[in-house]
Ligand binder design. Structure first.
Ligand code: ZN
Length: 186
């Protein structure tokens, strides 16, 4: 993060504007903790998520690969409060080209550590796989709960938002889509 000192002063100012006594014991180090937290939660701002897909292998198995229930936490760009849940990624390899399974989890991690909306995060993950693996198809599905819907506004706790992005073969082969969804147990 740029200008950390200045950012801490801004948080301090925000607390004052809320009506807080910024000199009380519990709040003295809050600006510093808060900025360190944002630095961690938004650490992938400006980083291209496809940088995580940097290891490739060959496999004769051309069946779909599904990595499901990849947990993530992100911050919505509208309210800067968390949305979190799980991401499921399936792809069908092309020309025997696959990547490491952990790279898919790293991709989700990279895509989530920035301010955004769930819809764009879904697209970002699908595009990163398209560009690096050129697979026969990708199916990315994200299920998440948004704190901006639970804690404020409409206050609906437990509501899940499901977004998806399909490319290539997943747009045409409905049996393949059903097979993946059965494995995810949607
Ligand atoms: Zn929001």
């Amino acid at each position: 993060m740029k200008n950390k000192e200045q950012s801490m002063l801004l948080i301090r100012q925000l607390l004052e504007n809320i009506g807080e006594d910024v000199s009380r014991a519990g709040l003295v180090d809050t600006p510093k903790r808060c900025i360190n937290m944002y630095e961690e939660l938004l650490s992938k701002t400006g980083v291209d998520p496809k940088d995580e897909i940097n290891t490739f292998f060959e496999s004769d198995n051309d069946e779909p690969i599904l990595v499901k229930d990849i947990q993530f936490y992100s911050l919505c760009e509208h309210h800067m409060i968390p949305f979190y849940g799980v991401c499921h990624i399936a792809y069908v390899p092309n020309n025997k080209k696959i990547t490491g399974l952990s790279k898919l989890a790293r991709l989700v991690e990279s895509a989530s550590r920035r301010l955004q909306i769930q819809e764009d995060m879904t697209m970002m993950i699908a595009s990163a796989l398209e560009e690096t693996l050129n697979p026969k198809g990708v199916y990315v599905l994200i299920e998440a709960e948004h704190m901006c819907m639970a804690m404020r506004g409409i206050k609906k706790i437990g509501t899940k938002t499901v977004t998806s992005k399909k490319t290539g073969i997943f747009l045409k082969d409905i049996d393949l889509v059903r097979d993946i969804e059965y494995k995810i147990k949607l």
